[in-house]
Design a binder for this molecule. Structure first.
Ligand code: ADP
Ligand code: MG
Length: 287
């Protein structure tokens, strides 16, 4: 059970007038090799949850185990656990601060006390992963780059730690379609290579439909559903109640069903819908 969250409750500003409980008794686990997409309406607790997975926030109550070790245990080496669980914040480019791209990416590995050669290897490998040419960009200032490139530098900084678990909080927020595709393609590649388990907070149901092996649907600080995209998107009403939609293909299915077309409830990708309609059309043509 690689990451296990048990009865996690988090209350911000406990005891003050601003006290608010963002997570209520949340239990879930992340298995090796999964690509988990976390979805939920704004304020449902997604960011609060993922910030517990690398120890940035401490539970008010409950536990987070990483490979069986209590993240917040007294004797645990927190630095070592954090190195296993890499967290890419929302708008991570705001945290860039070094004079050059290479130095920014090297920051984490340097803190780990790695040798100069190993740091250099990590920086080059991380830049290759985010498709930034080393010779062209290593010595540039990150602040001269485009928004999408800055975000890739920030993600490379986390990859350079070679985390086994990569957690990303809305990694495509605010990017144009091209920038979004680049980032998602890159995350998909990392996952496919098989070295990284991915947990990604997303607001795009279509991205979840395409990428997730499992979805966790949050609502008001609790886990409403945890299942395959197919099972989750078959619950269009429950998703609506949680303030969420379903992918475009599933929406179209609903409309077609409302007009009397007999379509299954678990179609959710464009390809599936296309294949299904084509079959119906062929049957009708041969009838
Ligand atoms: P999401 O990422 O799903 O939008 P968040 O985890 O950011 O949700 O927020 C969950 C709840 O916790 C919201 O009601 C939000 O207002 C509250 N919250 C988030 N961060 C803080 C904070 N630093 N202090 C107080 N309340 C917070
Ligand atoms: Mg958030």
């Amino acid at each position: 059970m690689p990451i296990q969250v048990t009865n996690l409750t988090h209350t911000y500003s406990a005891g003050s007038a601003l006290q608010s409980t963002a997570l209520h008794d949340v239990s879930l686990s992340i298995e090796d090799g999964e690509f988990v997409c976390i979805v939920g309406h704004t304020g449902s607790g997604k960011s609060t949850l993922v910030q517990h997975l690398n120890g940035l926030l401490k539970p008010t109550s409950g536990r987070i185990l990483v490979d069986g070790e209590d993240m917040n245990g007294d004797k645990v080496d927190k630095k070592r656990i954090r190195q296993k669980v890499g967290l890419v914040f929302q708008y991570p480019e705001y945290q860039l601060f070094e004079e050059t791209v290479a130095r920014d990416i090297a920051f984490g590995p340097k803190n780990q006390g790695l040798s100069a050669e190993e740091i250099d290897r990590r920086v080059r490998a991380a830049m290759a992963h985010v498709h930034l040419d080393y010779d062209k960009y290593a010595e540039r200032s990150p602040f001269e780059l485009s928004g999408g490139q800055m975000r890739r530098v920030a993600i490379a900084g986390v990859l350079a730690m070679e985390p086994r678990y990569l957690i990303l909080d809305e990694p495509t927020a605010g990017l144009d379609p091209k920038g979004r595709d680049r980032i998602l393609g890159m995350i998909q590649e990392l996952h496919r290579e098989g070295r990284t388990t991915v947990v990604m907070v997303s607001h795009s149901m279509d991205d979840c439909a395409r990428l997730a092996t499992r979805m966790i649907v949050m609502s008001k600080g609790t886990v409403l559903m945890s299942d395959t995209p197919r099972a989750v998107f078959a619950q269009a009403d429950a998703m609506r109640e949680a303030g969420l939609g379903v992918p475009a293909a599933a929406q179209l299915c609903e409309k077609l069903r409302a007009r009397g077309l007999d379509l299954p409830h678990d179609l959710y990708t464009q390809e599936e819908l296309h294949a299904h309609l084509l079959r119906l059309w062929k049957e009708a043509a041969h009838a």
